[in-house]
Design a protein around this ligand. Structure first.
Ligand code: KG4
Ligand code: ZN
Length: 352
């Protein structure tokens, strides 16, 4: 069974063909990231316009790379939410039109859930991917860390899950992006902070871990603590403008702030994941979402949890069509409800 997955929730226009939920036949991504970089974050209008230009070529490429024509495709899966309204619309309207035109079953996919399914991709003939040897098993603890979400989710089976906890304010990726801005680093901030952190000492600044309900997170206080410590480090008070910090902080101070922030941010995730592991005794633990690319997070989790941690190839941590197609395969295989191609709405605030 072959499913075409379409993903346009943010700034990546992505499409992929996946066979049987585990074999990635193609994975095409066009990103408008470079156009947003000069604004320091994703500009929704630019993202939507870029999706319009890219969607058709990206889908055609995904089909060609997979050696498929429409006759080979059994179903279409598309990200319905969460995400930017304008961006989601392009993907959903395209998928609806294609489903009607080629008479294919249509599946509406939750973007955050799809990130978890990147871990089910275990086979590909495409060059340059390092995939896990076997798929995760249930019960499965998913640590979902992206620019928009930070969640711990316990899956008892496909489509049978409980959200144990989530962020009450900023997502961890968002905190990485905001701290990057304070330090004068380019967008997207996560990789830039992680790289700079390699040159700093993680214990040079004392930053707080937020005290929250058992499995919930908070990252906005941590980001503010980084701001205050940066102001104090240059001998200024709390009203010193954050935009002027990059020119006043020394290279060593920036590296130390990056390292201290990263240490506490990923440590918070590792602490809670360990707690959940001890309470629910999952058989597999998987990492998902853009921040899953963070090496310090992988390291701290590996130390905290006595099971081999599963994480997707770096290219499958950030937004892609293969994770959407993989989840779509399981939806079809397990006879989950289809979407109406004449009616499927977008849902920018869709939650798990
Ligand atoms: O999953 P994703 O591509 O988009 C969302 O669904 O949000 O995640 C993007 C987020 C951004 O905040 C980016 O800064 C962060 O993932 N990110 C990282 C790293 N690579 C990407 N954060 C920390 N370390 C990284 N290496
Ligand atoms: Zn994402």
């Amino acid at each position: 069974m072959k499913v075409l997955g379409i993903e346009t929730s943010c700034d990546e226009t992505a499409a992929a063909v996946v066979e049987d939920g585990n074999n990635m036949l193609s994975n095409t991504v066009a990103s408008s990231m470079a156009e947003h970089a000069k604004y320091g974050g994703v500009v929704p209008e630019i993202a939507a316009r870029s999706h319009i230009q890219s969607i058709e070529p990206v889908i055609s490429q995904a089909l060609a790379d997979a050696g498929c024509d429409w006759g080979d495709i059994d179903a279409i899966a598309v990200t319905q939410g969460a995400g930017l309204g304008g961006s989601l619309l392009i993907g959903v309207m395209t998928a609806r039109s294609l489903a009607i035109t080629f008479d294919k079953p249509l599946y509406a996919i939750n973007h955050v859930e799809a990130h978890v399914y990147a871990n089910f991709l275990t086979r590909t003939a495409l060059p340059g991917y390092q995939l896990p040897a076997k798929p995760p098993e249930f019960p499965l603890l998913a640590i979902i860390v992206s620019g928009g979400h930070s969640q711990l989710v316990l899956f008892r089976d496909h489509f049978d899950y409980t959200v144990l906890g989530q962020t009450q304010d900023d997502a961890i990726g968002e905190a990485f992006d905001k701290v990057a801005k304070l330090l004068g680093l380019p967008y997207p901030g996560g990789p830039a902070v992680a790289e700079l952190a390699l040159k700093g000492h993680p214990d040079s600044f004392q930053l707080p871990k937020a005290r929250m309900n058992k499995y919930d997170f908070s990252f906005s206080g941590l980001k503010t603590a980084v701001l205050r410590q940066a102001q104090a480090a240059i001998g200024e008070s709390y009203d010193f403008p954050s935009t002027k910090l990059p020119e006043r902080l020394s290279a060593a101070q920036k590296a130390d702030l990056a390292a201290s922030f990263q240490h506490v941010a990923v440590g918070t995730i590792a602490d809670k994941a360990k707690l959940a592991f001890e309470e629910f005794a999952p058989v597999s633990v998987v990492l998902a979402g853009g921040v899953a690319a963070n090496q310090a997070l992988r390291q701290q989790l590996t130390e905290a949890i006595p099971l081999p941690l599963s994480f997707p190839d770096l290219k499958l941590c950030t937004d892609n069509g293969a994770m959407v197609a993989a989840l779509g395969c399981f939806r079809r295989q397990l006879k989950r409800p289809q979407a109406d191609p004449y009616r499927l709405p977008i849902d920018p605030n869709l939650s798990m």
